[in-house]
Design a protein around this ligand. Sequence first.
Ligand SMILES: C[C@](O)(CO)[C@H](O)COP(=O)(O)OP(=O)(O)OC[C@H]1O[C@@H](n2ccc(N)nc2=O)[C@H](O)[C@@H]1O
Ligand SMILES: Nc1ncnc2c1ncn2[C@@H]1O[C@H](COP(=O)(O)OP(=O)(O)OP(=O)(O)O)[C@@H](O)[C@H]1O
Length: 372
Amino acid sequence: MATRVRSYSKINLGLAIGAPRPDGFHGLSTLYQTVALHDEVSVTARRAGATRILIQSNDSRVPTDGRNTVCKMLTRALAELRVMAEVEVYIQKNLPIQGGMGAGSANAAAALIGLEKELGLALDEAVRLRIAAEVGSDVPLFLIGGAVLGSNRGEVVRAVPELTLAGEDSIHCVMAIPKVGVSTPQAFRDWDARYTDPDLHNSPVRDTLGELSRVFASIFGGTEMEIVESGASGIFADSSSGNGLNVSPEQSQGLGQFQGKSETSVDLAENSLLALVRTGIENDFEQVVFLQYPSLHAIKRQLMGSDSDVESKAIYAALSGSGSALFGLYRSEADAEAAQQRVQSADFGCKVQVFLTKTLPRESYWRDMIAE
Ligand SMILES: C[C@](O)(CO)[C@H](O)COP(=O)(O)OP(=O)(O)OC[C@H]1O[C@@H](n2ccc(N)nc2=O)[C@H](O)[C@@H]1O
Ligand SMILES: Nc1ncnc2c1ncn2[C@@H]1O[C@H](COP(=O)(O)OP(=O)(O)OP(=O)(O)O)[C@@H](O)[C@H]1O
């Protein structure tokens, strides 16, 4: 029987892009959050005299050769394990391709988990993170799950306390998935063009990378990391987690006012999403992707809701990664359903799928990953 692994997706809460680097990548600062929507990656593996990796998928757009993230990951993992094996993988695609939800990256992490389980072997945590980073900037986050800070080119990851809203760490989320694929490398190139071409460059260059990094540091602290075991994976965890949050007095006051309370530490532990959103986080990719696809901007507005109904408005809505998927986060299921309705009933000139889901904290991520 194959090991069936749920390959969950991610959204980005705030994403700042730095200058292009000599290696072709960009510095990046983001807060990844895993969500419950997922593909399913089924893995069968047995030791053999020679390695053979067979990949199949229900979606013909998924490459089944060495270009597949799963193939890249398994090749590296088997080499590190010093094992030869016949491996068969079936990728049941539910998530969009080029959707900005990290689906292909998550497939690679899921395949690694499945391979280890099938062979009864486990790689050292540092090795897993290293080969994950080689496969793609978005892969390491899926070896941690929950709320994860990403830096460098996105592959340096750090577990941070779960995002909370009214004490809950599983937050109602609406994903809107337009039938548009956005190429990530192209979106980075568009960003560069916008900020190097004087004709396109309308506003002074802002150090959004530095600004967002400082926001994250003020919210999550910059404490030492330690390796702890959690679920199926060892993870890097913030040693200050527990009550967890380290917020400036100004932010604490702002949040207290928002809630009509003066207590800060309890409020912050219970409402860290609000604290984060009130710092003004943004996704830099919106500046270039919305110019090219104005319909995506219109979808974001519908996800956000109207100022005349502040109570049911989204807490936050944004493009995920480089898109094309967008998401909204809500106080209640009813608010999320209302947002789903708004998006479904509007005409954006392109087909849009809309899903109700929830953010997936680290504990649930690992607990529910293996489908029985
Ligand atoms: C946009 C995000 O999804 C945000 O979470 C990620 O940054 C993308 O991560 P990913 O799909 O795993 O990207 P990779 O496979 O590592 O890189 C694909 C291409 O995107 C560009 N790229 C990616 C990440 C980064 N920090 N800077 C870049 O310029 C590079 O051209 C690279 O060749
Ligand atoms: N396992 C895979 N699933 C889907 N696409 C894959 C996979 N492996 C390689 N690819 C290729 O990678 C490209 C982008 O895949 P993916 O769906 O991960 O994009 P994405 O959702 O935009 O990811 P990100 O959020 O990391 O930008 C596709 O065009 C596809 O050709």
